[in-house]
Design a protein around this ligand. Structure first.
Ligand code: AMP
Length: 488
């Protein structure tokens, strides 16, 4: 399918072409026609699937169409997008700008906390049709009388599960009564725990269209992957050793928990390696600054948890290091998908200690691939044995929140999808030669723009959420997902 087949108007098609998009991602293909028809939508998808364009593109078209048909009070806010973080709010605002660049009559702006309100208020006074906001600042400006939501035609609640994680649910419940009941609502969440299903049921009209993107299960062939079997106590020194390679220009280091991220930054500081951490306990200002420094190249090492890293879209990210490998195998695919984008080559290293061998087994089964073991480093140990893709070893899962039982249907090779694309080195070989930064045996880049390529990068569609929303993915356990604040 191409964008031309989605009944989009020329100014939008032109903008998409200028962005370099040829093929809609699965969530775009599924969502755009329904949103254009004015339907309510429940989307189970996370950042990285092309979700933002899946709603901004049709909303622009709907607003353009209704704007031509009706007389609106000048400057009335006609679309509200609520999103949990400043980073996402900024990215969504940029998307409205990019895809709507040939629709000059649709003005948009973004408001968020942690900065002075005056410039935001001035822009609002001049009038905007689309407002992208984080909940706290929106309530604040509403309470001061600067924002009137009575003319809203389309309301988007983005990353609902993360709103819950960040304790925003009560803010949302205060905002909802200020919206007109006659409106179109689009609701997005990566996971659908019970509280989110209840929230969706109160916000959406009955029987919304449900679309879901099945989690990606294959890794990019442009990403060279290897694992380091290592003792837990040697991980900081191994990280320092790897970072000695100056060919590593920009690296995202993942941990499972916020505490773990802070510990990595501290450990690196002891080696005089400057790094910054982003996670849910850091202020918006700190996160924004750390991200800008990373994007600008002044910070080489960014340490992040999975939730905080959602939405980080950094060009030229050469390396991802899984300092702690994730206990959800799909998360591995998302993490390493941060590098090797748009045909560029990337490298993903994963540190695996004894307690993490079970997770490595899950990951290899999901991606249907044996990840090479790198033995070319000073911290090689025989105490942590490699994990064979086809072995019969029953690996004991660690106790506690991080160790989750295997899911039904997972054993025996993951959930289908176009995994196992080969192209890697033979199983068990160590990655020698060429240094860590340059790949001596790079797999070929896939052809860009094909549907198969789009599915691989953005997940595949078609999986519908069952009635009542019960078919969504489980919320991940451990890490940030475990600390749920707020209730409703
Ligand atoms: P999102 O999930 O909205 O954060 O999008 C993830 C990334 O995919 C962003 O960098 C988008 O610019 C990019 N993207 C979105 N839709 C497409 C598309 N149809 N083709 C290529 N890239 C896309």
């Amino acid at each position: 399918m191409t964008f031309d087949e989605l009944n989009l108007i020329d100014p939008i098609l032109k903008a998409l072409k200028e962005e370099g998009y040829t093929t809609p991602t699965p969530i775009q293909e599924q969502a755009i026609p329904h949103v254009l028809e004015g339907k309510d939508l429940l989307g189970v998808a996370q950042t990285g699937t092309g979700k933002t364009a899946a709603f901004t593109v049709p909303i622009l078209q709907v607003l353009h169409r209704t704007g031509q048909l009706q007389q609106h009070a000048r400057g009335a806010i006609r679309c509200l997008v609520l999103t949990p973080t400043r980073e996402l709010a900024i990215q969504i605002n940029e998307s409205f700008g990019a895809y709507g660049r040939h629709l000059s009559q649709i003005r948009h702006t973004v408001i968020f906390g942690g900065v002075g309100q005056n410039p935001q208020v001035q822009t609002l006074k001049r009038g905007v049709e689309v407002l992208i906001a984080t909940p706290g600042r929106l309530l604040d400006l509403m309470n001061q009388g600067f924002i009137d939501l009575r003319q809203i035609e389309v309301f988007v609640l983005d990353e609902a599960d993360r709103m819950l994680d960040m304790g925003f649910i009560n803010d949302i419940k205060r905002i909802l009564p200020k919206l007109p009941t006659k409106r179109q609502t689009l609701f997005f969440s990566a996971t659908m725990p019970g509280q989110i299903q209840e929230l969706a049921a109160t916000i959406l009209r009955p029987n919304p269209v449900r679309v879901a993107v099945t989690p990606v299960s294959s890794t990019a062939e442009t990403v060279t992957q290897s694992v380091f079997m290592v003792q837990q106590s040697d991980k900081p020194a191994l990280l320092r050793h790897i970072l000695e390679d100056k060919g590593i220009k920009r690296v995202l280091v993942f941990t499972r928990t916020k505490h773990g991220a802070d510990k990595v930054v501290k450990a690196l500081a002891q080696y005089q390696i400057q790094a910054e951490a982003i996670h849910g306990n850091k202020s918006q200002n700190h996160r924004q600054r750390a991200l800008s420094n990373f994007k600008a190249g002044s910070t080489r090492v960014l340490v992040a948890t999975d939730i905080a890293a959602r939405g980080i879209d950094v060009d030229e990210l050469t390396h991802v290091i899984n300092y702690e490998i994730p206990n959800e195998p799909e998360t591995y695919v998302h993490r390493i998908g941060r590098t090797g984008r748009a045909g560029a080559f990337g490298t993903a290293f994963s540190f695996v200690e004894e307690e993490e061998r079970a997770y490595l087994q899950d990951i290899q089964k999901l991606i249907k691939r044996q990840i090479d073991v790198d033995t070319d480093h000073p911290y090689v140990t025989t105490a942590v044995r490699p994990v064979s893709l086809h072995g019969t070893e029953r690996i004991i899962r660690p106790k506690g929140p991080a160790g989750r039982p295997p899911r039904p249907g997972r054993e025996g090779g993951g959930r289908g999808g176009n995994a196992g694309q080969g192209g890697g080195r033979p199983a068990g070989s160590s990655s020698q030669g060429g240094g860590r930064s340059g790949g001596s045996s790079r797999p070929a880049a896939p052809a860009a723009g094909s549907s198969a390529d789009t599915n691989r990068r953005f997940g595949s569609g078609g999986a519908r959420v069952q009635a009542g929303g019960g078919g969504g993915r489980r919320p991940s356990r451990g890490g940030e997902g475990g600390s749920r604040r707020g209730s409703f």
